[in-house]
Design a protein around this ligand. Structure first.
Ligand SMILES: [Ca+2]
Ligand SMILES: [Ca+2]
Length: 214
C-alpha cells in the first residue's frame, strides 16, 4: 500500500482596491487655527506630516492678516507686495508617491495678479511648475455656500516631490502693484498623494491528498 501526497498550488487571486482621493492628507493649511497676523511660521491644521506656512515681503510695511477664507472664516493675507515676494509651504512626503497639491488664491483689485509656482526639496534649488499664472479677484466669504471654485489652482504634481524628507512650495509674485495696499490671499493649501490603485496578489493553495492502494 502506498500513499501519495500530491500538492498543487493552483489559485492566484487578484484583488484590486481603489483608495479614494482625499482619504490621505499629508498637510493642509486652512488657517482656521493659526489665524495669521505675522509672516509665520504658521502650523498646518491638518495632515500626517503637517508643516509650516510663511510669508516673505521685501517692504517692511507689509502687514499679515486673516480675512475670510474661501468659504471659511480664516485665510492668510498680506499687502505691500513687490516682485519676488512669496508665500511658502513646507512639509514632508516621505513614503508617499504621486504627490500633488492644490490651493485657493485670490486678491483685491489692486493686489498682485501674476505669480510663478516653484517647488524644491532643499529650499535652495527650485523647479518652476507654473509661470505667470493668473490670480483672480473672486470675493471670498466665510459662508461655505459662497465657496468660489474658480479660486482653486491645481492640482500640480512633479515627480521630484515624491518620497522626500522635505518639500517646499512657493507662490512668488511676478509684479509690484502700484498700490501698496493691494492684498493677495491664500487658503486651503493641500498636499496629498494622488489617488492610487493598490494591487494585491493573493496566492491560494490547493492541497490534494490522494490515496492509492497497491
Ligand atoms: Ca480657511
Ligand atoms: Ca479672521
Amino acid at each position: 500500500m502506498k500513499r501519495y501526497l500530491a500538492v498543487a498550488a493552483v489559485a492566484a487571486m487578484l484583488l484590486t482596491a481603489s483608495v479614494a482621493q482625499g482619504t490621505i492628507i499629508l498637510a493642509k493649511w486652512t488657517f482656521e487655527t493659526s489665524k495669521p497676523t505675522t509672516a509665520g511660521p504658521h502650523a498646518a491644521e491638518e495632515g500626517i506630516f503637517g508643516g509650516d506656512a510663511t510669508g516673505y515681503h521685501t517692504l517692511s510695511g507689509a502687514a499679515y492678516s486673516n480675512p475670510a477664507g474661501n468659504g471659511s472664516a480664516e485665510s492668510f493675507s498680506s499687502n505691500y507686495w513687490s516682485t519676488g515676494d512669496y508665500y511658502q509651504f513646507e512639509t514632508s512626503t516621505l513614503g508617499y508617491t504621486d504627490v500633488q497639491f492644490t490651493f485657493d488664491q485670490t486678491r483685491s483689485s489692486t493686489g498682485p495678479a501674476t505669480f510663478d509656482l516653484l517647488v524644491s526639496t532643499d529650499g535652495t534649488n527650485w523647479t518652476t511648475l507654473a509661470t505667470d499664472y493668473a490670480v483672480g479677484t473672486a470675493s471670498w466669504s466665510s459662508n461655505p455656500a459662497y465657496y468660489k471654485p474658480e479660486s482653486v489652482l491645481g492640482p500640480f504634481a512633479d515627480a521630484s516631490l515624491d518620497n522626500q524628507t522635505k518639500i517646499y512650495i512657493r507662490m512668488v509674485s511676478k509684479v509690484t502693484p502700484t498700490n501698496t495696499g493691494g492684498t493677495n490671499r491664500i487658503d486651503n493649501v493641500t498636499v496629498t498623494p494622488e489617488p492610487v490603485t493598490i494591487t494585491l496578489l493573493g496566492l491560494g493553495s490547493l492541497l490534494f491528498l490522494r490515496r492509492r492502494h497497491a
